[in-house]
Write a protein that binds this ligand. Sequence first.
Ligand code: DGJ
Length: 720
Amino acid sequence: MLHLVTKHAQLSLQVLPSGHVALVYLGSRIGETDLSYVVTDIKRASYLADTDSIKDFKLEQISQLYPAYGNPDLRTPAHKEVYSDGSRISDFRYSHHEFLTVKPQLDGLPYASGDQTQTLRLVLQDTVTDCELAITITAFYDHDVFTQSVQFTNGTKEELTIQSLQSLNLDLLTDQYDLITLTGAWGREMGISRRGLYQGIQGVDSKRGASGHGQNPFIALADAETMENQGSVIACSLLYSGNFSALAEVDMHQNTRLQLGINPFEFDWTLAAGEAFQTPEACFLYTDQGLNAMSQTFHRFFQDCVVRSRYADKERPVLLNNWEATYFDFDAQKLTALADEAAAVGVELFVLDDGWFGDRKDDTTSLGDWQPNEEKLGGTLNELVQRITAKGLRFGLWLEPEMVSPASDLYHAHPDWAVQVAGRTPQQVRHQYVLDLCNPAVQEYLIATLTELLTTADIRYVKWDMNRNLTDCYSPTLAPKRQSEFAHRYILGLYRILAAVTTRFPDVLFEGCAGGGGRFDAGMLYYMPQSWASDDTDAIERLKIQAGTALVYPPVAMGCHISAVPNHQVGRITEIATRAVVAQQGNFGYELNLLALSEEEKLVIKEQIATYKKRRRTLQFGLHYRLRVYDKENEFAWMKVSKDGTQAIISHVTLLAKPNTVPKRLKLLGLQPELFYRMGDTVRSGKEWQQIGISLPKPTHDFFAAQWELTQTEQPPVLL
Ligand code: DGJ
């Protein structure tokens, strides 16, 4: 038996006499004992063929670690190759393994790292072809998370083609699960979908060249009884930003095979003799403490072990972004006036969004021409930055480096740098093409251009946007047989650029964005510690989007801004207090025209920011709990508890006000039962706040929000 353990979870593998490797156990810790009875107890079903002609040895009944194609297990294999003779079957059996104290790095891909890890490197070999599969599994003891990635080495003397190589395969002996995924669309990202498994294949995948707005590289299986604070869940996330698939296959004997990795669709990877291919890394966890524990485990793991930025644990500034304030219609005077107002209310970072470069008056031109439009900016970029920073603000800039407009100098100079197939008219989306990041010359050009730009002025923040998906996939730099490597090579190119730029500018705070949350994944988090969650800035719409995002990703990674009313996406009017409560669930900022507000409104904003700054550490880095509400369709409630446990911020939002209701109580979580906490003049024990809770105010109108602060305090004197 091979065991990997974390503080609360255990993964146990068994090398079977045949050399196949079985996944015997994934669950809470039960001890590193002999669990071989799990395989021998499996009752054989008829009809399935025996393996190796051993009577009743039916691989399709066995939970395998990394199943191949070419044996009587006819479920979806974890990998598949085409060999030079045209054959596609393989037979990988145990070769050797080692335990490593240092987790190996991944070259050119995001990967997790941390203290207290134990790594198993298990090598399987196909003795007919001499190809090898090295499966690297790491247990992050303190974080209660496992990671896995796979490397395939071509041991033949000829080229071969990999058609599928999943990062993770989990075979489970039951189908009694609910499948949880994140689905949606632009402006409606990250909806939580939960439904019972059924026989067949189900899940999410992306063919868009990015993780996408409509699905996320996350998949979980929860017991039907699993709730926020109780019950079992197995959850997986892929550290990857491109085409992925996350699927659960229920077979005819009620077993579940869960797979996560690069989408085999449009993926054929040619490997020369001796060459290796490395998959992205998947992380996975098991908890029996419910969905709140799942989310908190992911949050802590991503913050501590995945985010590389110096900002991982640094408080993020309150920003003002000019996009919804001005769109493309701004000049130096307007920007300076906005910055004056921003500084006056306590904003710390002024972000200049789209429209500052080339001839960009709308979205039809200039992407790729990253020369500041000095007429619009009233001088050089550096002069504008100096004017803004002189007001005590930091300066941030929007960029969309991966794109080029047909109407741009860059396109005229390098039409071949735009992704397209010669002889066909490429598709434009938002009047733009995608740059061919497979091309090393394009990568070098972008690294040099961004380096120059970030050196010319004191730019402290970059919003890295990406407003369209990949179509017309083709790169002249790839041989014809390698064209189906395009989508993965695009992401490898992107990661190379991101690694170079973020390493060169470690003090710049990078925020990812893809027309909102179109590339919000753990791969991007490795390079950029935060991402714009959605282009829908309506507070009520954001409740669902942010709940889905924070199901997996740290709230501090989620860009959330107060915008104007009526809201620009849905026309809803929500009071500013509610907009603040919702935006403070994540990485807080403003995106509205302060110049159009009354003095009273600006005073409210000033107070909001002042209070926020006092609570910022807890709001950004506190343990995040979803709280139980009475009417799930109409209420949202969550709280954050500071790492030292001394402060908690509780938020509650009611969507529609209803007549003739009795105000209910909101029970809190995450407090120390025996300690005391003050809310205003009221001091009660953690036990009371958790068991009896806060009396909720009666909503007097739609979209009504409330927020409370609890601080740990001494036990009050007992009055006799
Ligand atoms: C899409 C982003 O999500 C918006 O916030 C804004 O930056 C626009 N692009 C600018 O074109």
